[in-house]
Design a binder for this molecule. Structure first.
Ligand SMILES: Nc1ncnc2c1ncn2[C@@H]1O[C@H](COP(=O)(O)OP(=O)(O)OP(=O)(O)O)[C@@H](O)[C@H]1O
Length: 763
């Protein structure tokens, strides 16, 4: 360490003997300083510490030759410790100087042991006035004035409260207790007697006394042996439950965990299939949008698991704990058990009130926070408008207003919550205090021993927690009962149009004639607005009918009614002269090929997307369908061909490519009825040409086709054109006849004209 300043904080003093300076600290003060030799000559704290360190190096316990010698040494120890106990008050014993003295006493004891071992015939301790090195005890006490700590002075200032003479009661209770009873050590055990359990069960005490002197040495030798594994088998009855507890806990979590996982999986599966079974009208509702449903699927099932599986395990555990506690409590002392029972309702009410109180209050604030965050959401969504109108300050002001309201509400609620919470806490502690008070009274009146009293008190303290816990769960379940009911609402709901209904007709042949007979229709989400009113239309089998009209005139609605996504409010939709409702729904839909305005592409491969229509289609059939749809060329040019993944909802494809895949799917399905909702926009011009060619090929067949079209070129090839306005047919005929009429149809066929027309609603 040459050329370097070194500061060592030493715990082993022998390491710093050669240090230039040794500083001895006590309670933050420097009390001694000097070299090793100087400090030894000073014979102060350093010397004392050194002696203690030396003492700890000695063997802790020197073997004694026989029990008589040990007894005599114990007697000496006792006399010396009595000397210290008597000569210093309990408060004084806490002072550091006296602790040091005590450390010296320890040192002296070991020294004595060593001496006794060396010269057993002269076991007498040194004079009471001197210990080791002849340092006078009195001198130590007077030299180092004991510092009185804060808690000492606090204790001294306490009023002289009445105290229960614990020692007297315990002496009496130990006299009264039956040592031969096998239950007594279990029921009256205290930490001091804890080790006596196995002794009690193994052998009566009287026998032990007789043979104690002979066996004590043997016992000692046995105790010094390292415990073997088989010693586990000799655990006493009191110790076995702890081992069992581990096993039972493990089993509880294992089985309830499995049960919970299975339950979650089953509920999710049931919810998912129940959701898919519902009619389209159900999905139109605001509360059943995709985001909400996926959230419900994720959260509600987990909640049911939490409510039933996890809570059930806690409930069973707590019920068992309370029952056992009550039983033991009554066995130990029925009086205290009755008082504990009386306090339980108060505990339960206070716990429930506390949780309901908190849940109720937080709900209001949460709602306010939600409203405030809507301001931000609105601003972010319309950020261009906000920035363009320099409306940032205005939005900020609005948000500040919301926050101000929340602050005001929170202050009021904070006070109320504080009071409610305090009250329920008070009740909790008051019940505890009552129990403790009554236990003390029972001990004082000698209805109970102090050990039993303490056990009863601790037992009921734990039992009250176990009792309150399941009731505490009630508000959680109440609060989330909406989720609980929502799960069963979804699972138990009977769909208005049931795809799993197997009772419907499945005729072997379909001619494909479709008729709308006096149909009134409004969407379930907007029941007051009639989209179709007294609508009549007949499409013969194999005929191609084009439906044109302004935006929102009800064209797509016709297709939805044919597919039975919805049922008419009044009137009938007929297939081959029979009400659509009389057919089996799966059969009906399998005879229709639908291409929607915005084609649906699943996030899988192109192959999977095409064969979605017919899973047993061969490779050749699939490719032929793609060829008819003008899709084979572009698919083959992709690196993975038909096995190309199209990304989420087909984001990797252009709208035209998506449209052609959808057409290929319908071609593959080869259904006798075609329903085409032609996209009027969103297809790039190049793609538009190939898409239109594909559609033209599709329409040219001899299938019944209902086509929502926007192109004049297409209209020339159709058998009948229906012009809709406000849910009514305003014109009908071939292209040429309608052109001659020079009505709405002519205007609609002018490029981009139809979009400017407003529809007339039927109310
Ligand atoms: N699911 C729905 N729920 C409620 N109203 C709807 C629903 N679908 C359509 N509508 C309304 O019904 C009316 C007719 O819609 P429809 O889609 O049949 O018109 P469209 O003529 O096909 O229009 P577009 O050419 O834009 O597709 C419109 O006013 C529309 O807003």
């Amino acid at each position: 360490m040459l050329g370097r300043s070194t500061i060592i904080i030493a715990r082993r003093l022998c390491l710093i003997k050669n240090a230039d300076y040794i500083a001895v600290m006590e309670e933050g003060h420097l009390v001694e300083m000097g070299t090793h030799d100087e400090l030894l000559n000073l014979d102060g704290l350093y010397a004392e510490l050194l002696r203690c360190e030396e003492a700890t190096k000695l063997p802790k316990r020197m073997p004694t030759k026989n029990s008589r010698e040990r007894k005599s040494l114990q007697a000496e120890d006792t006399s010396v410790s009595q000397y210290f106990q008597e000569s210093s008050s309990p408060k004084m014993a806490k002072s550091p100087s006296l602790q040091r003295t005590h450390g010296m006493l320890q040192f002296w004891r070991s020294d004595t042991n060593r001496n006794s071992h060396d010269s057993p015939k002269d076991p007498s301790p040194p004079s009471e006035q001197t210990i080791d090195n002849g340092i006078p005890m009195v001198a130590i006490e007077t030299e180092r004035t004991p510092s009185i700590k804060r808690q000492d002075s606090f204790e001294m200032k306490l009023p002289d409260l009445p105290k229960v003479d614990v020692h007297r009661i315990q002496r009496q209770s130990s006299k009264n207790s039956d040592p031969d009873s096998p239950i007594s050590p279990l029921l009256t055990s205290d930490p001091k007697n804890e080790r006596s359990h196995s002794q009690t069960f193994s052998r009566p005490q009287s026998e032990r006394d007789d043979t104690s002197s002979e066996h004590s040495e043997l016992d000692e030798v046995q105790h010094q042996k390292p415990p073997s594994f088989w010693r586990l088998a000799t655990l006493s009855i009191a110790e076995w439950p702890y081992a069992l507890l581990v096993l039972v806990n493990w089993l509880q979590h294992f089985y309830f965990g499995i049960m919970g996982e299975k339950m979650t999986e089953r509920i999710r599966r049931m919810m998912f299939s129940a959701m898919l079974r519902n009619e389209i009208g159900w999905f139109d509702k605001e509360e059943n949008n995709a985001d909400t449903l996926s959230l419900r699927l994720a959260n509600d099932a987990t909640f049911v698991r939490a409510a039933f599986s996890n809570r059930l395990s806690i409930f069973i555990q707590d019920t068992a704990a309370v029952s056992v506690a009550l039983l033991i409590g009554i066995l130990l002392g029925w009086r205290v058990a009755l008082v504990a029972l009386a306090t339980l309702p108060v505990l339960v009410i206070s716990a429930i009130a506390q949780k309901l109180w908190l849940a109720g209050f937080s709900r209001g604030i949460q709602e306010m926070h939600r409203k405030a965050s809507l301001v931000l959401e609105d601003a972010v969504r319309n950020i261009y408008t906000v920035v363009a109108f320099c409306a940032g300050d205005k939005i900020m002001e609005l948000y500040r207003l919301h926050l101000g309201k929340i602050l005001k509400q929170s202050l009021v609620q904070g006070l109320a919550i504080g009071f409610g919470f305090g009250l329920s806490q008070f009740l909790l502690f008051a019940c505890n205090a009552l129990l403790l008070w009554y236990t003390a009274i029972s001990v004082d009146k000698q209805h109970l021993t102090i050990a039993t009293g303490l056990k009863e008190y601790i037992l009921f303290s734990f039992a009250s927690f176990a009792l309150v816990e399941p009731f505490g769960l009630a508000p959680y379940i109440l609060k989330r009962r909406k989720s609980l009911t929502s799960v069963f609402e979804i699972i138990d709901r009977e769909p208005r149009i049931d795809p799993d209904d197997t009772t419907g007709l499945k005729p072997p042949n379909v001619y494909g004639s479709i008729e709308f007979k006096s149909v009134d229709f409004s969407y379930p989400a907007r029941p007051d607005i009639l989209v179709l009113s007294n609508f009549n239309l007949k499409v013969s089998g194999g005929q191609t009918v084009a439906v044109v009209g302004v935006l929102g005139s009800g064209k797509s609605t016709l297709i939805s009614l044919i597919e039975r996504f919805y049922d008419p409010v009044a009137g009938q939709v007929l297939l081959d002269g029979r009400d659509m409702k009389s057919f089996n729904l799966r059969w009906l839909r399998s005879h229709m090929g639908l291409i929607q305005q915005d084609p649906v592409i699943f996030s899988t491969t192109i192959r999977e997307n095409i064969i979605y229509a017919r899973h047993n289609a061969t490779e050749a059939e699939m490719k032929e369908a793609a060829r008819i749809a003008n899709a084979h060329h572009f698919i083959s040019s992709l690196p993975h061909g038909y096995d190309t993944h199209v990304g989420m909802r087909g984001v990797d494809l252009t709208p035209g490519q998506k449209q052609r895949i959808a057409i290929a799917r319908v071609v593959l399905k080869n259904a006798p009825i075609l329903l085409l909702d032609e996209a009027s926009s969103a297809i790039e011009s190049e793609s538009s040409r190939v898409v239109q060619e594909a559609l033209d090929t599709l329409v040219m067949g001899n299938k019944t086709t209902i086509l929502i079209a926007h192109r004049a070129a297409m209209m020339k090839h159709v058998d009948n054109i229906v012009v809709l306005n406000g849910g009514r047919i305003v014109e009908q005929g071939t292209h040429d006849s309608l052109m001659d009429q020079n009505g709405l149809y002519v205007r609609l066929m002018q490029p981009h004209f139809g979009k400017g027309l407003r529809q007339h609603r039927l109310m």
